[in-house]
Design a protein around this ligand. Structure first.
Ligand code: VG1
Ligand code: CO
Length: 542
């Protein structure tokens, strides 16, 4: 039986950078998840009889919402639902399943790198038929609908056993529980030279991958250990846990500190990597060298042709605006297009669909390609391994050679988390008001060349996205960007992105914060960060 349930709207269901993210107790309010899921369905057209993919990163509350989403999809007339076994699908794997099975779209339950647990974060995101996050036109429609919704539809059915692969029927809708790893592993085998990587491992190359008790564990175990022959134990923390073992599943130098320390030791493995809660981010560390995500994008773009899936070269590269300009010089050298988009993977979808770009990346540890329409943590790891297997050099050597050839972009992001929202909004508003006055002004010896509020004009669908970050560009190529996070769930998070270009190879060995010290001081001077946030220092430096 299909039930039509009366409900009252919530006013706060506005999707952010990547879906709707709230604390679990917010999602546990009466009909909160149901309202949002129905608002998604109400914003879509012509999906009757089509396929919907459902999966999540296994965090707390995942299993409950999976059952709700299945029953609502059945009641709303989808013909088929594909759900990952155990409710598990990493974000890139979900994107792949949507594409491969020609689904209408997918619902991904994740708050990505945010912590999980009864009082931590949960999230729901809708992806369209190309496998990518819904564009703003759709997320705006979902939010508008959520503010007026008064009923939702749900099948009055028993829970599906999602822990065993198989097929069920609810109200005429076929529900299939699928292996979450198989399709994804097959795709990786098509893109990369598994034989070369296997030979490298067999030759004693040591890899360590920290799955951070999050969704990538089963994928990394299957691919790195089972298919590529890395020794058992190479994948750490491989069991997805609802609370990620109490840790913050964000693969950066703060939350993956132990991996970083291990990789800096004299007897460190050759290659260290980690991924986030939903498997779309990556951390790359060679023995004795952390590769910044912006550098990793540039280096992968410069070397991608060494992997079979990219042997024909790249059509273009895209990066989010705050990401460093390192990739720009690779695009220039390759003579291919370079696109600068706002933060968030949803802005890459059109460029990838139109084949304007092959590889995309963000400074927040996200890299990916046209193989799916999400960033992909394990993909980045495998591309690095493929490059290493072909070049037979260390990560450190590859990084040094790249800097010598292209110059080095010293880069760091300073986050001020959970600051007062009014203070953070005021800081940005004031900067915005002063933009016209900044060019020509000198701070600590650096002259502002240009200052603007980044707006993106999508070259494919011509949509315009404004207020995507305040950019202050200095003569000589240094840059400071200020923006507020769209993924946090309490207060505001101010992100300050600091970058300096250094062409001289003799000056490529400076510690990053030291190399950026003058710009860090200028950022505070221009925006009065300390005064406005009441913070002496950032909460996270990456
Ligand atoms: C952050 C990152 C952004 C990324 C987004 C989603 O957004 O800066 O680059 O796309 O998270 O990543 P924000 O608005 O908080 O800066 V994930 O791995 O959380 O899906
Ligand atoms: Co993520």
């Amino acid at each position: 039986m299909i039930k039509t349930v009366s409900t009252t709207p919530y006013s706060d269901q506005k999707p952010g950078t990547s879906g709707l993210r709230k604390k679990v107790p917010v999602f546990q309010q009466e009909n909160y998840a149901e309202n949002f899921i129905q608002s998604i369905f109400d914003s879509l057209e012509d999906f009757a009889g089509q396929t919907l993919v459902i999966g999540g990163d296994g965090r707390y509350y995942n299993r409950e919402v999976i059952q709700i989403a299945i029953k609502m999809a059945a009641a709303n007339g989808f013909g088929q639902v594909l759900v990952g076994r155990g409710g598990i699908l990493s974000t890139p794997a979900a994107s792949n399943v949507i594409r491969k099975h020609k689904a209408f779209g997918g619902i991904i339950l994740s708050a990505s790198h945010n912590p999980g647990g009864p009082t931590e974060d949960f999230g729901i995101k809708y992806n369209i038929g190309n496998g990518g996050p819904a564009p703003e036109k759709i997320t705006d429609a979902i939010f508008a609908r959520s503010k007026v919704i008064d009923t939702y539809k749900i099948a009055d059915a028993a829970d599906i056993n999602i822990d065993i692969e198989g097929t069920h029927t609810i109200e005429g809708t076929k529900i299939t529980v699928i292996d979450p790893v198989a399709d994804y592993a097959e795709l990786m085998e098509e893109l990369f030279d598994f034989a070369a990587i296997r030979a490298m491992f067999a030759g004693g190359f040591r890899v360590v991958f920290d799955a951070m008790s999050a969704v990538t564990g089963p994928y990394a175990k299957e691919i790195l250990e089972n298919r590529l022959g890395a020794p058992k134990g190479s994948v750490l923390n491989f069991m997805p846990l609802p609370d990620f073992g109490g840790h913050h599943p964000d693969p950066n130098l703060v939350h993956a500190r132990a991996l970083y320390e291990a990789m800096m030791a004299d007897d460190a493995p050759d290659f260290g990597a980690a991924s986030d809660g939903d498997g779309d981010r990556n951390l790359i560390i060679g023995r004795g060298i952390f590769v910044t995500p912006s550098d990793s994008l540039a280096m992968l773009a410069a070397n991608a042709h060494l992997a079979p899936g990219y042997s024909k070269g790249l059509s273009g590269i895209a990066r989010s605006m705050p990401t460093s300009g390192a990739a720009d010089r690779v695009a220039e050298k390759l003579g291919i297009g370079m696109y600068e988009t706002p933060t968030g993977w949803k802005f890459f979808g059109n460029l990838l669909d139109a084949d304007k770009v092959t590889i995309c990346g963000e400074e927040s540890a996200g890299t990916g390609s046209n193989h799916v329409r999400e960033k992909d943590g394990l993909w980045a790891v495998l591309l690095w391994l493929n490059v290493l297997a072909v070049r037979k050099e260390s990560v450190l050597d590859i990084v040094r050679e790249h800097w010598a050839a292209y110059g080095r972009n010293y880069y760091s992001r300073h986050d001020y988390e959970e600051v007062d929202s009014a203070a953070a909004n005021g800081l940005i508003a004031d900067l915005r008001a002063r933009l016209a006055d900044l060019p020509g002004k000198t701070f600590g010896g650096l002259t502002v060349e240009k200052a603007d509020d980044f707006a993106y004009h999508d070259p494919i669908d011509k949509s315009v996205s404004e207020h995507q970050g305040i950019r202050i560009l200095f003569a000589g190529g240094s840059r400071i960007v200020f923006r507020l996070s769209g993924t946090g769930t309490s207060g505001a998070t101010l992100r300050v992105y600091i970058e300096r270009f250094e062409p001289d190879a003799a000056r490529h060995d400076i510690e990053t914060q030291t190399a950026l010290a003058d710009l860090i001081a200028i950022a505070d001077e221009i925006a009065d960060i300390k005064g406005r946030t009441g913070r002496d220092a950032p909460s996270v430096i990456t």
